[in-house]
Design a protein around this ligand. Structure first.
Ligand code: FAD
Ligand code: FO1
Length: 465
């Protein structure tokens, strides 16, 4: 793919709202919107700008001549998220209020499980139609299923997170980047276009006044408040946009050469914003395509941003065991089983990993980078997870421990990328068999000598250890 040419021919073209890409929409409860406001239930994509779900909601509301409202339901807990992640989320949400107000769209943040509070809200305001975000995680699919059984109005799901909608890319679990790549690239022309603008909504909301009571919302959370380190990442849509601009002007050009070096600062650091949907992947891709940067750097970055990320969504959507060893391919399960009883060079319980008390200063530094900043560098994540496999009692425990730590400490955790990344590192997902060795079997091996070839290991340990 010639990316620069692709931008000129395709990604600069603005889609008209009337020509909405309907491949993004999946009808959960089909039908024409009834009389009553359209409610967009925000969950995975927490922004105002560059948002297909919100645009589709406005399109439905304009056609039906109805008001439009946005609702976020703050669940008291979400997987292993701690207060630090919730604070990032909440601050981002609070920053959206004034933009929604300018647009004449009331924005509600309610506390409670979505499956309880959304149907109640829809009933109270006599909603005519509901729109949700696509999300492959099981908990989200369960919320959607429960809501769809409780409401009697049309209910649509829009994929605002992937560039090519996950349901359209492929109808099955893809085995690797090699098999999904052509399926994504073939459809990119249809989906990678400029967004229409969300307009000031002309139909006035007459329902309850939206109020966001931040202290009350924080008090409603039943999460662990003991992750005490502050993250250096500033939350919110505007910070995400600023981060993108800085990355493109200052660092994108070095991406293909320096991305594996955790001290080079060549990566985008956008994953917390992408995870919470505070910035759109499609916006990141469009701005990357526009950049006057050597094509090799763009290609390397777009491969991660589009192909690897959308492969992770594909995996979680089609494999319900994405968060356990059982999600691994058969060859890897057989091989890990064969080496299950191999003597481990070191053996640590999960608590010792968590406290960064292993014999290896490099591993400890990676764990501390994650615990202190909320984001471990991508290259170190591979080393970190593979060593958990090597030093755990068995691979099942290793997957469990890695997911728990990743979901607890990473700002971008609790995400399809995390589940796919952990199973890739520990259990051969999207990979191929490698020469057999103790403990790892045919899983790709990695050691500190490999790290030393890529970056200054001592300096990394000094910085985070
Ligand atoms: P960049 O290198 O700047 O990449 C830009 C974007 O591309 C990322 O933000 C991400 O959305 C996507 N991307 C990059 N690498 C990958 C990849 N290997 N797989 C899928 N998408 C990718 N990513 C998460 O978002 N959340 C996680 O919880 C997570 N856990 C991981 C655990 C392990 C063991 C491994 C091996 C990888 C994990 N990744 C995870 C993938 C990757 O390491 C991070 O996305 C990346 O380090 C985020 O930093 P960045 O935004 O600076 O990345
Ligand atoms: N989604 C919600 O709809 N409500 C929540 O209260 C909520 C909390 C939450 C906390 C941490 C986190 O990482 C994600 C959270 N999400 C929540 C989900 C998130 O929006 C994403 O959709 C998934 O984590 C990734 O697909």
């Amino acid at each position: 793919m010639d990316w620069t040419d692709f931008f000129k021919k395709n990604a600069s073209t603005k889609t008209a709202l009337s020509a909405f890409p309907m491949g993004r929409v999946h009808a959960i409860n089909p039908g024409k919107p009834l009389a009553g406001p359209v409610i967009y239930w925000m969950s995975r994509d927490q922004r105002v700008d560059d948002h297909w779900g919100l645009l589709y909601s406005q399109k439905l509301a304009l056609e039906a001549r109805q008001p439009l409202a946005v609702v976020y339901c703050l669940a008291p807990r979400f997987l292993d998220a701690t207060f630090r992640s919730y604070r990032f989320l909440l601050e981002g949400l609070c920053g959206l209020s004034s933009r929604f107000q300018e647009l004449g769209i009331p924005f509600f943040v309610l506390s409670g499980e979505p499956a309880n509070c959304l149907p109640r809200f829809a009933f109270t305001v006599r909603a005519g139609c509901l729109v949700a975000d696509f999300d492959p995680l099981k908990i989200k699919q369960q919320w959607i299923a429960s809501i769809s059984h409780q409401v009697r109005v049309p209910f649509f799901e829009v994929d605002s997170h992937n560039i090519v909608p996950c349901r359209k890319t492929s109808g099955k679990q893809e085995s690797s980047a090699r098999t999904i790549r052509p399926k994504i690239l073939n459809q990119l022309r249809a989906y990678l276009t400029e967004y229409p603008l969300l307009e000031r909504h002309p139909y006035r909301w007459t329902g309850p006044r939206p109020q966001i009571n931040r202290p009350e919302l924080e008090n409603s959370l039943a999460v662990d408040r003991n992750v005490i380190f502050e993250t250096p990442f500033e939350p919110g849509q505007e910070s995400g946009k600023a981060g993108l601009e800085k990355f493109i002007t200052e660092r994108l050009k070095r991406y293909d050469q320096q991305a594996p070096d955790p001290l080079a600062g060549a990566c985008s650091d956008l994953s917390p914003y992408l995870h919470f949907g505070q910035i759109s992947v499609q916006r990141v891709a469009i701005e990357t395509l526009k950049a006057k940067t050597p094509p090799a750097a763009k290609t390397a970055f777009l491969e991660e941003l589009i192909i690897r990320r959308e492969l992770a969504d594909n995996f979680c959507f089609y494999n319900s065991h994405y968060d356990a060893l059982d999600g691994a391919p058969q060859w890897a399960l057989r091989s890990l089983q064969k080496h299950c009883k191999d003597k481990r060079p070191y053996l640590y319980p999960p608590e010792q990993f968590e406290r960064a008390r292993t014999h290896d200063p490099l591993w400890n530094a990676a764990q501390l980078q994650m615990a202190r900043t909320g984001k471990m560098h991508g290259y170190m994540r591979m080393y970190w997870a593979k060593k958990i496999l090597e030093w755990s009692e068995d691979p099942r425990q290793a997957v469990h421990c890695a997911i728990h730590l990743n979901d607890r400490y990473e700002l971008d955790g609790r995400d399809p990328n995390g589940y796919a990344g952990i199973l890739w590192a520990i259990a051969g997902l999207h990979d191929r068999p490698w020469p057999e060795r103790p403990v790892f079997g045919q899983i790709r091996y990695m050691n500190d000598a490999g790290c030393a070839r890529k970056f200054d290991v001592k300096a990394y340990i000094k910085k985070y250890g």
